[in-house]
Design a protein around this ligand. Structure first.
Ligand SMILES: [Zn+2]
Length: 665
């Protein structure tokens, strides 16, 4: 065994040198510029140095020179500093010996990992948990999330030197983690006269979903695109900075083609003309449920719907027996950031057929929308809100407006690209709120977003915002001030997406397991599990966290009772499952199960002026429906029981969709 290891190690070293990478005796340094949604926000600096002879250091006596990566990852996002330091020691063939990472990889994501390889075991400590010993397979790597990117660079070098395995185990994991790597070809990046040839890779499993990384001819990292906090995060070597958008476009084309291949592997079970027969129909209007109902679907629309007696199935139309099940309108998520293609199967799997995107990378979201709209790719219908922020170091993204003219231009650009809405962000000044709203309304768009700094929610509504994201109301339900604010919102018919599931997820006491309120967490892939095991508020106990949530829920109920449209939105959270939690929370707030369901169906359809087409199961509307195993009006948690999802008349198997993106069904 030991002899074999040495042989492998020497062979690996030989191929390493032949591969043209720096000999271990030299020092390799790199600087990557970090970006959040294309805005430059910081740097990762790394160094790979020789690290002595293994024979004096290694427990198992292996020989050869070791290398040591030290990386310093550091950025500032909207005023908040995020720093992480990591060290990775490895043999010359990049087999890890030890790995430490400590700090934050995103505003609310703490990283604290320590891995020591001892023979065929690893001693792992992650996130303050007690040390555990895991047995390693023959091939493995150590990495903990996307940061530092230079660790992923060494992961790729390891993978190339070890036969490019289809699956590679990584530690730490919960309990284990698998990474899938694919070489996606070579390409030339052009900056002026200069052409740089790079090799492109897709990595799936370091984070949930696929990342794109590029290596240069020496095996050094040229660029990487991943997601942080649910939004796109880009690292580009300093000299390649002008090619940022080329990298984004290239990665986007790769990802859309991945979604097209998921789509080919998940053909609709039915489309065209058919009849769904025997289910209880909860049509989403205020009419009572129809037991033993029939829904006729023809060419993507509901040709008829009602009781079996009222809606005969025409001769020759195939039927689908859904007796015992419940049909509800397709769900909506009114606060999403669909920043990766894996969201598309997740949404359909959880019964969501329409989402409103609240800010994203322009290139990615428009290409994804077009792929879904043209039916090349499966996914929910995408309605887009284009984000505009004020300028300055604390701004978000790259679409700013500092003057009314700039505001008009920003609105016009989104309008021309087919966006339905503008999303105002925190740094927009009050006069610009009015300018943006006026221009958006002139072009037939609506405006949503954050209440900008220095304004209150009622001022934002009065300045013209049609909708407001998050529950930006201080005080207690029933107080004079809250009543006054709710009165303004009611008079202006302002739509609110209160994102209560998001508040609950981030605000729950760190000691309370997420599974206590979100059963979906048991079904998510390991990288998301590790991410969310970290979420939660420190220094607050379970009772105080619950009291804070309940204050919000009382306001949601007061808004609803006053006639302010409340629409279900998640701001992401636990993919798919947070939509269900949002609906459940409205029932906890005191809405009836039907009212909660309507907050995720007809109320958002009305808010987006699409209620003539969507939002209920009624003759003439688009056939967007969910077949649930159990009736949510009897128990709202049954909203989690989607068996088939129908979008535009195409019927998808939810279990296969969950599996296609590494969730358990
Ligand atoms: Zn958001």
């Amino acid at each position: 065994m030991r002899a074999m290891r040495i042989a492998l190690s020497l062979a690996a070293l030989g191929s390493l040198l032949a591969f043209g990478q720096p000999a271990p005796a030299s020092i390799e340094r790199g600087t990557l510029r970090l970006h959040y949604v294309q805005k430059p926000i910081g740097y990762e600096r790394y160094e790979v140095t020789p690290d002595g002879d293994l024979s004096s250091q290694s427990a198992n006596g292996a020989k050869g020179e070791a290398v040591k990566l030290t990386a310093d990852f550091d950025f500032t996002d909207r005023g908040g500093r995020v720093q992480l330091a990591a060290t990775l020691r490895a043999r010359a063939d990049f087999t890890p010996i030890s790995f430490q990472a400590k700090g934050k990889s995103y505003r609310f994501v703490n990283v604290d990992s320590d891995v020591r390889v001892e023979g065929s075991d690893a001693v792992v400590r992650a996130d303050g948990a007690v040390e555990s010993r895991v047995t390693l397979p023959a091939q493995f790597f150590t990495v903990d999330g996307y940061a530092p990117f230079s660790a992923q660079m060494l992961l790729l070098r390891y993978w190339k030197l070890h036969g490019q395995p289809r699956v590679l185990r990584t530690v730490p994991g919960q309990p284990t983690n698998d990474v899938f790597i694919e070489a996606r070809g070579r390409e030339a990046i052009r900056i002026g006269e200069k052409v740089t040839t790079l090799e492109r890779f897709a990595i799936d499993g370091v984070v949930w979903g696929r990342e794109t990384l590029w290596l240069d001819e020496r095996g050094s990292l040229a660029a990487a695109i991943t997601r942080a906090g649910g939004l796109s995060f880009e690292a580009v070597r300093e000299d390649l900075e002008p090619a940022l958008v080329q990298f984004v476009q290239r990665a986007t084309r790769d990802r859309i083609s991945d979604l097209e291949s998921i789509t080919r592997g998940n053909a609709p079970l039915k489309s065209g003309s058919y009849a769904m027969v025997g289910a209880t129909i909860v049509d989403g209007t205020n009419r009572p449920p129809v037991p033993d109902g029939v829904v006729l679907v023809r060419d993507g629309r509901i040709a008829d719907a009602g009781s079996r007696a009222a809606v005969p199935v025409p001769d020759g139309v195939p039927t689908v027996d859904v007796s015992g099940k419940t049909l509800v309108p397709g769900l909506w998520d009114m606060h999403t950031h669909v920043t990766q293609i894996e969201w598309a199967p997740v949404y359909l799997a959880s019964g969501v057929t329409t989402v409103r995107d609240m800010g994203n990378e322009f290139e990615f979201i428009t290409m994804l929308r077009d792929a879904i709209a043209s039916k090349r790719a499966l996914g929910p219908r995408l309605l887009l809100a284009g984000l505009v922020d004020g300028p300055g170091p604390n701004a978000f993204g790259v679409n700013y407006a500092a003057t009314p003219d700039e505001a008009k231009q920003a609105v016009g650009r989104y309008h021309d690209a087919g966006f339905q809405q503008i999303k105002i962000y925190s740094l927009i000044t009050p006069p610009l709120v009015e300018a943006i709203c006026a221009e958006a309304h002139r072009l037939g768009m609506t405006v949503t977003g954050h209440v900008p700094n220095g304004m209150t929610i009622d001022q934002a509504a009065t300045a013209g915002m049609d909708q407001i994201a998050h529950l930006a109301i201080r005080g207690e339900a029933g107080s004079d001030e809250v009543n006054r604010i709710i009165g303004v919102l009611r008079d202006r018919k302002t739509v609110i997406d209160p994102t209560q599931s998001w508040n609950e997820l981030l605000g729950h006491a760190a000691g309370t397991p997420i599974a206590a309120f979100q059963p979906g967490v048991a079904k998510i892939p390991p990288p998301l599990n590790r991410l969310f095991s970290n979420a939660g508020a420190a220094g607050i106990d379970a009772a105080a966290a619950r009291a804070r949530l309940e204050r919000g829920l009382r306001i949601v109920k007061a808004l609803h009772d006053a006639g302010v449209p409340v629409v279900a939105g998640t701001d992401e959270g636990i993919p798919g499952h947070s939509v269900h939690r949002e609906i459940e929370l409205y029932v906890e707030a005191g809405l009836t199960p039907l009212q909660a369901l309507q907050a995720a169906t007809i109320v958002p359809a009305r808010a987006m002026k699409l209620d003539g087409e969507l939002g209920t199961i009624e003759k003439g509307k688009r056939a967007d429906m969910v077949v649930l195993n159990a009736n949510p009006l009897e128990r709202i948690q049954n909203i989690r029981s989607a068996r088939w999802t129908i979008v535009d008349g195409r019927v998808y198997d939810t279990q296969a969709l969950w599996r296609s993106v590494r969730f358990q069904p």
